[in-house]
Design a protein around this ligand. Sequence first.
Ligand SMILES: *Cc1c(COP(=O)(O)O)cnc(C)c1O
Length: 373
Amino acid sequence: MNTPIPFLSFDYMNACIKKDVMTAFEKFFDSKHYVLGPELLNFEKDYSKFNEVLHTVGVSNGMDALTLCLEVLEIGTGDEVIIPSNTYIATALAASQRGAKIVLVEPDPFTFNIDTSLIANAITRRTRAIVPVHLYGQPCNMDALYAVAKDFKIPIVEDNAQAHGAMWGNRMTGGFGYVNATSFYPGKNLGALGEAGAVTTNRQEIADKIKLLRNYGSKEKYFNEIRGHNMRMDELQAAVLSIKLKQLPAWTEMRQQIAVWYSEHLHQVENIAIPHVANKATHVYHQYVIKLYHGTNRSKFQKHLKENGIETMIHYPVPIHLQQAYNRSNYKPGDFPVAEHLAESIVSLPIWPGMTEAQVEYIGNTIKKFYGE
Ligand SMILES: *Cc1c(COP(=O)(O)O)cnc(C)c1O
């Protein structure tokens, strides 16, 4: 293969939407209404319909969406928030931002999602929320999560940043929790051309409160009911997201097809584990993550692919409890062995709408060659 395969390419997606985006940009430019206008209202309506929720509130980014979810639940100092030990650090930072203590729970070693059988043990008098993350686009076990949340009467806040359109049974992620967060960071399955995120909920009073909080605590200009923030999504991002949302189902199908191709090419390779998808889960493959078994030198593996023009990534190389940012929490290596083992043994392969079967086959063959097959 002569052309290198990047880890992520926007080329195909951008070509699909370029004409519509340029038209929308001109309309946006001439409208002279740049923040909290009709485009945002439109997108919020469109996304609610897509996500099968009653309310979507567009905000500045995914981390702010998470923080707002915790704020609306009045979570703060002295409270505890349960999150998986292997997730992007934003999930943890949102809780820390509120002054709450993060309580980490290990993932299931096969799905890499929070091990729901360990949650009850992590709950204390101070637990105020459980934040499942649908990692890489695979939904968590929402039946088990519901059961434990109901037993202990603790609200669920989904971090749906990686799973737009994923389903557990016949219900979409982002609609299970009391109030939920998502991100439209450019590289997500639904990505803006800059920063954006959203809060989704089926509760009117919660949506109203989030709308106040994102806009300085104000409904009417210069009258501030509560102490809020500036966490608004701008009109241009909203317009772009509405355009991209129309394509999302087709783009998701492409990701799923690419995953099928990968699995066909890789399932017989002895030294790697391909993604394990739970029975009731519809995975949307934000990432296609394989696990290399003991004995594989991961840097050599990545170097071999790189030399053959294939870019790979690690999601994520350092678990939260070993990040310097959390060194005051007295965690040490060995505290979360499953997360630590994953951080050492996983590799994310390229996956993006527009990738061809030939490219996947080439990656499969390059991996087989590495193992001398
Ligand atoms: C991307 C991401 C976030 C943060 O979203 P931003 O829009 O970058 O702030 C939070 N949680 C998870 C799991 C993510 O992947």
